[in-house]
Design a binder for this molecule. Structure first.
Ligand code: FES
Ligand SMILES: [Fe+2]
Length: 383
């Protein structure tokens, strides 16, 4: 984002804070409880995710040619590589022999050896060697390759399509957010690893927890609410995606400061909701990524939480500081948001009430659910 945009967002945030209000949706709305509990909707949701471009990590997870990383996406193990030609590729992390996972984690390698019988693969996906080759005459004479899927890097992030028949056009998918996300640089910051939450909540309920700050004063009374305002959000949508600006508590001090002295990023957290299952939380110090996936049943989901830092993590004390911030953010989501909505999910599943209510002050919830509903209604295949 350029400074003019940041100043404009800051002006809007200051005005909302001064007026003790928030951006509002045109009207209150309801969503049926079975959006979070029905098996049929769960299958439609899963199909929607399978058909959508998937942001799977930061480009800094493949920092140079000769590096690889692995991801679990919708229960599938994916191997991403940056081979000597510098290109990002994605493969099923499934050995051509007996389907072992070829590797875990991330690192540098010229070749990857399967841990079971040591078939080896180069980073372009070609089978490069196998011990006891006389046992596999049909494999060694063929052009054996790992199964590959479309992959791209854009806006500082790694993207794949689980549907290998689709072409990825991420600039078109992100629209104006492509340049905006890129400008943060968080995808090029140092990655701090992944933390996984496997929770008894629907995947949309997990994402809902990031879509408003109306709950800060209660759920995060002693944590986030000590730094950020509650029920005060600047909302903008960009096609199927949206952006929320959560002003920090000191934002009203800017009323007494000339605009040219404003440091907008010191006064806000910016949340991006990318269709259909990605949340980014950006500050000048942290680039958090939440990848949320439907689980095996409607009432279960997997959240993969990542964070990146602009700090120099080769310095031990900086690395420890960045890790501590990540631990704190993660435990807040786990112990405050997700712990609370576990009981909410149980209530939804009980069938006691047919609807949930989204207030006018929760425009992010409106937008997420309208977008999801449109996609499952008209078929995710159009995207
Ligand atoms: S399963 Fe990979 S080498 Fe046998
Ligand atoms: Fe929260």
């Amino acid at each position: 984002m350029d400074r003019d945009q940041l100043i404009d967002l800051t002006r809007r945030a200051v005005k909302l804070a001064r007026d003790n209000t928030t951006d509002l949706a045109p009207s209150q709305r309801t969503v049926t409880a079975d959006a979070y509990t029905s098996v049929e909707r769960h299958a439609q949701d899963s199909a929607m995710l399978m058909a959508s471009p998937q942001l799977v990590g930061y480009v800094s997870e493949l920092p140079r040619p000769g590096t690889f990383c692995t991801k679990t996406v919708m229960g599938r193990s994916i191997l991403l590589t940056r081979a000597a030609d510098g290109l990002v590729r994605a493969f099923d992390n499934v050995c051509l022999h007996r389907q072992s996972r070829i590797t875990d984690g991330c690192g540098s390698a010229r070749r990857l050896a399967c841990p079971y019988h040591s078939w080896t693969y180069d980073l372009t996906g070609n089978l490069a060697g196998l011990p006891g080759a006389e046992g596999f005459p049909e494999t060694t004479t063929g052009d054996a390759r790992l199964s590959e899927m479309p992959a791209a890097e854009c806006a500082g992030f790694l993207w794949i399509s689980l549907d290998r028949d689709r072409t990825l056009d991420i600039p078109a998918f992100l629209g104006p957010l492509a340049a905006e996300l890129d400008s943060w640089g968080i995808g090029r910051w140092s990655p701090l690893g992944e933390k996984v939450l496997d929770c008894p909540i629907n995947w949309k309920l997990a994402i809902d927890t990031f879509a408003e700050n109306y709950h800060f004063a209660t759920v995060h009374k002693t944590t986030f609410a000590t730094i950020a305002r509650s029920n005060c959000t600047v909302f903008d949508s960009f096609g199927p995606h949206h952006r929320l600006v959560f002003p920090l508590n000191g934002i009203l001090d800017l009323e007494n400061t000339p605009e040219h002295e404003w440091e907008p990023l010191q006064n806000m957290v910016v949340i991006y909701a990318l269709f259909p299952n990605i949340v980014l939380s950006c500050t000048i110090a942290n680039g958090e990524l939440f990848r949320v996936y439907p689980g095996d049943v409607p009432g279960r989901s997997i959240t993969v939480h990542q964070n990146s830092t602009p700090l120099d993590v080769s310095d031990e004390s900086m690395a420890a500081g960045a890790a501590a911030v990540f631990d704190y953010a993660h435990s807040t989501v786990r112990d405050e948001d997700y712990a609370l909505v576990e009981a909410l999910q149980a209530n939804l599943a009980s069938g006691v009430r047919e609807h949930l209510v989204f207030g006018r002050n929760e425009p992010g919830l409106h937008h997420r659910h309208e977008t999801w509903e449109a996609a499952v209604k008209f078929g995710a295949g159009r995207r």
